[in-house]
Design a protein around this ligand. Structure first.
Ligand code: MG
Ligand code: ZN
Length: 219
């Protein structure tokens, strides 16, 4: 059974709690990643493939953000990693105040990396600091070429974009080179990885990136 936490109102300011979370992650040398995207981009599928590859290499925990259901958390639990579900009870993003109590459900000393799958939403999750070390956005090619320019904040605030569903390129009008060019215009520092969770392709450079971040955080 997936452990579920209902988000409860907390009066403290989000940024204060984010700072406390960040301090705890620093003490524990734990690398924390905030994974964001619109609904249907394949965030959970990307996460499943990531967990598969990291198994035996790094100890991973997952926080699943969802408005109502535990469906994603049940999928992640099948991958054999500790997972806590946060149901936001209507809120369309996670904030630091929801993350903090959920941290009690993990043995943080045994983890190398904690991945937070945010609520599927390309807009406001990027506005809330969770105390994380890095942000990765999943953008699927079926969402359309206009998405980076229409929703720039999430890409400006991320270190990585995983361009997913590349196996569907022949069946869409997506111009992936243009997509990458516009992402770089929004944020020249972005690391871009082309992946397909469906056919399980392109993940190794992303895994290498994650392993490097964990190594940096350990030192
Ligand atoms: Mg999901
Ligand atoms: Zn929101």
């Amino acid at each position: 059974m997936v452990k579920v936490r209902m988000a409860a109102p907390v009066l403290q300011q989000n940024d204060e709690v984010a700072k406390e979370n960040r301090e705890l992650f620093r003490e524990k040398h734990l690398f924390v990643l905030n994974l964001m995207s619109s609904p249907g981009s394949g965030k959970t599928s990307v996460l499943e493939k990531t967990i598969e590859r990291l198994s035996g290499r790094l100890k991973l925990g997952v926080i699943e953000g969802d408005i109502y259901t535990t469906r994603d958390a049940e999928r992640i639990e099948k991958c054999g990693v500790p997972v806590v579900q946060i149901n936001t009870a209507g809120s369309c993003h996670l904030d630091a105040r929801m993350i903090k109590p959920a941290l009690d459900d993990f043995d943080l000393d045994t983890l190398d990396i904690l991945i937070v799958e945010n609520v599927g939403n390309l807009v406001c999750p990027a506005e809330f600091d969770l105390g994380e070390d890095a942000r990765a956005a999943v953008l699927s090619i079926t969402e359309g070429n206009d998405k980076p320019m229409k929703y720039p904040l999430v890409f400006r605030e991320s270190q990585v974009v995983l361009i997913n569903k590349t196996d569907l390129l022949p069946y869409t009008d997506c111009d992936i080179e243009l997509m990458e060019k516009e992402l770089k215009q929004i944020n020249p520092e972005l690391e871009l990885f082309r992946v397909s969770a469906r056919i399980n392709e392109g993940f190794e450079p992303w895994i290498t990136w994650l392993e490097e971040q964990v190594k940096i955080k350990k030192n």
